[in-house]
Design a protein around this ligand. Structure first.
Ligand code: 26V
Length: 826
């Protein structure tokens, strides 16, 4: 029987990338997909019609891409991430297809404006912060580099919460991004996998008399696939992001329906479908939430089954070839159970012996670590695992037993070492250390910036590194220039292209060709004009949304990221208060008119982070209301920071605040987006800042504060924040004002405990870095007074950011971790 693989040519021919075909397609989509005519269609209907027409063009390419991969029989990369911060997709797809002008023209024929429709698209926020956005950038780069890469994730119905500010406080609202449906996705109601929970483990002897295990009496939830197209930049490659949604198992109906309990049966169905309802909004603190563990297992079980199904369809049952054909990348430990699930399937379903199964598993998996912060390292209580995943726990014990035997063999009798390396933490209620599991189950483990990787080797994974010195490698993060410059910053992108052509969009190293332009007055002038346009646009947005007037000619001083103590938004606030005091004290002091812009979400359960948001608002209210600050200082908090808001703010920034305590920020990627958009860096020697400084040159960045070694030494030798406070009058004044209610007269004690905790402990060394930071900000202000010198440095910053493209990052992974190569096709 002929298999209808390639329908060639497509029954209707390939869909055209010209305005005339699109004009026709739009009418067709509007009537036949949306069910409206021109008179009744809303803007959102038109948006969905455009997306459907674009999706049609992408899916043809996606099918061709998949056929090319299958024909080449190459190794595929599977990127497993619990989070993807995708943002809007239309603008990006049109640019990648080079189809924007045609679309604008086709819409104009119907009296619609492309930008207005783009503004209606939902921002897909299936992630928390840097880790989720990195996953999205990596997908973009895999497709652009024509690598056979698949993303896997969860189709949460509620993505990250919407942040509203009410009386200066963060209030969270659910964000139902699917409320109008997702016109991009292809539901695959036939791509279903059962996922099991609970039950117990039985042993038996197989035909050959070997001891085997069976996981029985489980509950079952079904995973259903939803596919999203991931287009590459100006290539026909369109990869796939497959997201899993939970569906109730059929089994569930039959049993209860037969018992006649209809309503309860439906309730139980709904209960199991809740599994993928909501994204966990916690950036760092793991609360022992059972549903989260269920989500992790659901995700990896469906994914591993799907990967094995594709492998077997293509390569048959010879599982020995698995590592040659499959590479699984774990985005942090959230999907680390994939290691155990793969092992389990190889042992229990495919009958392999332990040594073979474990060897195949380890050669297939690799793991990226994104944080060293102890409270962000996942641990699951053994008791919970025992109840939810008894077979997996058994396997983890066996992995651990064999691993510790190996450690003991190399370091006989070193009990301290065994305890430190064990996958099981025996302290305070036993738990599984997921980072240890991920490490032993991977052939490569990577950090995300050079310093971070060094600290991994020296601290968190020290003992592991001694055992396997080849395993830890560095892959410095990057960001996609398509979204973060070409799409988000048209004025600057056009200026760059007018000078060096537009090859840089797909090959960011080419930005180096801008270097000579930094020395040309006319180019610097044009650069300032481009920046000014972005700043004016942001000023409009801030006026509309917040009713605050900001001056596009002031220095835009920007800190945008999740709110966290280690990222030190508090240090920024202390500088603002100091500046405010200096300006008040001397009406003639004119360092540089400054607009301090902050944005970011706090985890809903993170009280201090929410208090920091409130403090920012309280300080902003006082500063912005003070007539003496007019034309000199403004403070703005832009609510609901997401990918779309980032695209509005980042192009407008002059100064990029990357001021985490050295040794705490694994990499940071905001620093790269801001640098690419010509913001100068003010930062500590932390994460990727170090590599950025190296790339753009010391003279073009503002660095301050303790480095990671000095910070560690200070802590080790006894740090006394109160002494800093006593010794530094401006710091004392700022803290006294905050503590005494100067910014919260209605509730003078609002920040008393916050300030006390800084004085007593100051875990992130805010006070230790204060003086140097304020002095550094003064150097910034002086530099700003020379606009030409500033733009020279800004142009050089842009020109030297080439290394921070996620294309480079993905090439590094392809080479050092995955062992995959591009698959070109027509
Ligand atoms: C932990 C948890 C715990 C359970 C609830 C959900 C959740 C979500 C995320 C995390 C860990 C977050 C780790 C993270 O986002 N790291 C960031 O990764 C960026 C990309 O590598 C990097 O640039 C940032 O420096 C790093 O903080």
């Amino acid at each position: 029987m002929a298999t209808p693989g390639r329908l060639r040519p497509f029954p209707l021919g390939y869909l055209g990338l010209d305005a005339a075909s699109l004009t026709e397609a739009l009418a067709d989509k509007l009537v036949h997909d949306i069910g409206k005519d021109g008179t009744h269609a809303t803007d959102r209907d038109w948006l969905h019609a455009v997306i459907r027409a674009v999706r049609d063009r992408l899916i043809e390419r996606a099918l061709e891409t998949e056929r090319a991969y299958a024909a080449a029989g190459v190794r595929r990369v599977y990127y497993l991430s619990m989070e993807y911060l995708l943002g809007r997709a239309l603008g990006n797809a049109l640019l990648n297809l080079d189809f924007e002008e045609e679309t604008r023209a086709a819409l104009a024929a119907y009296g619609r404006e492309l930008e207005a429709l783009e503004g209606l698209e939902e921002d897909a926020a299936l992630g928390n912060g840097g880790l989720g956005r990195l996953a999205a950038c990596i997908l973009d780069s895999m497709a652009t580099l024509r690598l056979p890469g698949y993303g896997y994730g969860i189709r949460y119905e509620y993505g990250l919460f919407r942040q509203r500010i009410e009386n200066g406080e963060q209030v969270e609202y659910p964000e139902s991004w699917l409320r109008y449906g997702n016109p991009w996705e292809f539901p695959r109601p036939e791509r279903l996998y059962p996922v099991h929970f609970g039950g117990r483990v039985e042993s038996y002897r197989d035909a050959a008399g070997r001891l085997r295990f069976r996981w029985v009496d489980t509950e079952e939830v079904i995973a259903m696939a939803y596919d999203l197209p991931v287009p590459g930049w100006r290539t026909n490659t369109v990869n796939t992001l497959r997201l899993w949604g939970a569906k109730a198992s059929r089994e569930l109906d039959l049993r209860a329906f037969n018992a006649g309990e209809y309503v309860r049966a439906v309730e139980r169905k709904i209960e199991s479908e809740k599994l993928t309802a909501v994204l966990y909004p916690d950036d760092t603190t793991e609360r022992g939430r059972e549903l989260r563990l269920r989500q992790e297992h659901f995700f990896v079980s469906a994914t591993v089954q799907d990967i094995l199904a594709r492998f077997r369809q293509e390569h048959g049952d010879d599982l020995a070839r698995l590592p040659d054909k499959v590479s699984i990348q774990l985005n942090d430990t959230h999907p680390a159970l994939a290691i155990v699930e793969l092992l389990r399937l190889l042992l229990d379903e495919h009958g392999l012996d332990w040594d073979t199964a474990w060897d195949l598993t380890r050669r297939t998996c690799s793991y990226t670590n994104h944080t060293l912060m102890p409270e962000a390292l996942e641990r699951w209580p053994v008791a919970l695992m025992e109840r939810l995943l008894p077979r997996h726990l058994q396997l983890i014990y066996e992995i651990n037993r064999r691993f510790l035997e190996e450690v003991n063999h190399r370091h006989p009798g070193d009990v301290t070492r065994l305890r430190a390396l064990s996958l099981i933490d025996e302290e305070g209620g036993r738990s599984v250390r997921m980072a240890h599991l991920a490490f032993v189950g991977s052939h490569r483990v990577n950090g995300v910036a050079r310093l971070h990787t060094r600290l991994m080797r020296e601290t968190l994974f020290r003992g592991f590194h001694e055992l396997w010195p080849e395993r830890i490698v560095n892959v410095t993060n990057g960001v996609t220039p398509r979204r973060w410059l070409h799409h988000a910053n048209r004025p600057l992108a056009s200026l760059i292209s007018s000078r060096i052509g537009h090859g840089w969009v797909g090959a960011l190293e080419q930005l180096a060709r801008l270097e000579p332009a930094a020395e040309e007055a006319a180019f610097r002038e044009a650069f300032r004009a481009a920046k000014r346009a972005c700043k004016a646009r942001l000023a409009d947005l801030v006026r509309e949304r917040l009713g605050i007037a900001i001056d596009p000619d002031s220095l835009y001083d920007v800190q945008v990221k999740r709110i966290h103590e280690y990222k030190r938004q508090l240090l920024n606030v202390l500088h603002v208060v100091t500046l405010y005091n200096r300006l008040r004290a001397d009406p003639h002091y004119e360092p540089a008119p400054r607009t301090v812009i902050l944005a970011g979400k706090a985890a809903p359960g993170y009280r201090v982070a929410k208090l920091i948001i409130r403090l920012i608002h309280d300080v902003a209210a006082v500063v912005n209301a003070d007539p003496a600050m007019r034309g000199r200082l403004r403070v703005v908090f832009v609510p609901n920071y997401d990918v779309t808001t980032a695209e509005d703010i980042i192009p407008a920034a002059d100064l990029s605040e990357q001021i985490s305590t050295a040794g705490t920020e694994a990499s940071g990627t905001g620093c790269m987006k801001l640098g690419l958009n010509g913001a100068l860096l003010i930062g500590t020697l932390d994460g990727a800042n170090i590599e950025i400084r190296e790339a753009v040159g010391e003279g073009n960045v503002f660095t301050f504060g303790l480095d990671a070694d000095a910070a560690a030494a200070l802590r080790a030798n006894g740090y006394h924040p109160r002494a800093r406070y006593e010794a530094e009058p401006e710091l004392k004044l700022a803290l006294d004002m905050i503590r005494g209610g100067h910014f919260s007269p209605g509730e003078p004690d609002r920040y008393a405990a916050l300030v006390e905790s800084l004085l007593a402990r100051d875990r992130y060394l805010v006070l230790a870095d204060y003086t140097d930071y304020v002095a550094c900000q003064q150097r910034v202000a002086e530099a700003w007074r020379d606009p030409d010198g500033w733009s020279r440095r800004a142009v050089l910053t842009v020109a030297r950011m080439g290394r921070f493209s996620s294309d480079r990052t993905v090439r590094d992974y392809a080479e050092r971790v995955w062992g995959v190569r591009p698959v070109p096709h027509e």
